[in-house]
Write a protein that binds this ligand. Sequence first.
Ligand code: PLP
Length: 374
Amino acid sequence: MTIRQIPFLDLERQHAPIADEINAAIAEVIREHAFISGRHVEQFESDFAAYCQAEHCSGVSNGTDALVLALRALGIGPGDEVLVPAMTFIATSEAVTLTGATPVFVDCAPEVFTICPALAEQAVTPRTKAIIAVHLYGRPAALEEIRTLADKCRLSLVQDCAQAHGARFQDKPLVSYGDICCYSFYPGKNLGAFGDAGAVVTNDHELARRMRMDANHGRQSKYEHEFEGMNGRLDGLQAAILSVKLKHLEGWVESRREIAETYGKLLQGVNGVSLPPTDGNRHVYHLFTLQAERRDLLREHLAKHGISTGIHYPIALPFQPAYQNRKLRPEDFPVAHACQEKALSLPFFPGLLPEEILYVCSTISQFYGNHSTE
Ligand SMILES: *Cc1c(COP(=O)(O)O)cnc(C)c1O
């Protein structure tokens, strides 16, 4: 008997139907030698700004650089503190350190695992200059409370939207909460390039100008530099590919939301798993991550049945070897710590078939000796 194989992510199913469109776009860039800057980059920037309902978008080299450029534009540097959620990918805190500032970790709110606004407020000191809200797994963080906190304590707000293309908070675009939204187009993200790419999005004209110049050596013209910047540009090939894929993004997001709903229905009532809660905001499910009892055994059971899963993330930031010198303890970040022990991300991508979802869910119910999925 051959067991059915269910991949965690299958980009082939996403790319096969649009391969001709993408190949044509690549051929065009090559024909025009439009590798750096030029019309494909400008086109994507205006397409993505429109998609985000934002006034300004600059394509940049990757999501990590997007965060660095945002923090630099906001004047964050040595001596400053920036609040960062404990449960996220390390790029969020790396970007802070790269500016010379210090990331200060804040535990997440239970069940949703985005930064807890009340704990964030307690962590504010006279040196705190900004807060980074990460829309983890595609779920908008508590933007209303975070905006209120930012206003009250005079903090800049950077939104790490690397997992949240197309997300909305109470029907409003994320960028409307300020100050800068940072996107990654790493291939596995909801909108992925064929390599590294990213973008910064804002409604603030001066911040937009600053970031655009900073990503291009502080250039005013070819050899005239207003300030020292960096090479943080988006390239023409990636821009052309992203413009093609962006046209399909809303369809993919809707498909993600439907798959999440199906998973939710089939796993409801299975003892041993807690599902991601739904709320009035538009969650775009970069990942479908649940909390599972006996997580590692469940993961093995699924693997034996040909089902690949992921853990996001197995080590919360405060407990990473990179931050060992801070001597942070599990009891200081109980929610993030519980999440690292229980989080399990199921196979999830547009094109995942209903029978595959059913198979994943019945294999999970079987593990817990529970047949409530029928
Ligand atoms: C992917 C990711 C990043 C970094 O993006 P890159 O394009 O890989 O540099 C930052 N933050 C979060 C939450 C991410 O998931």
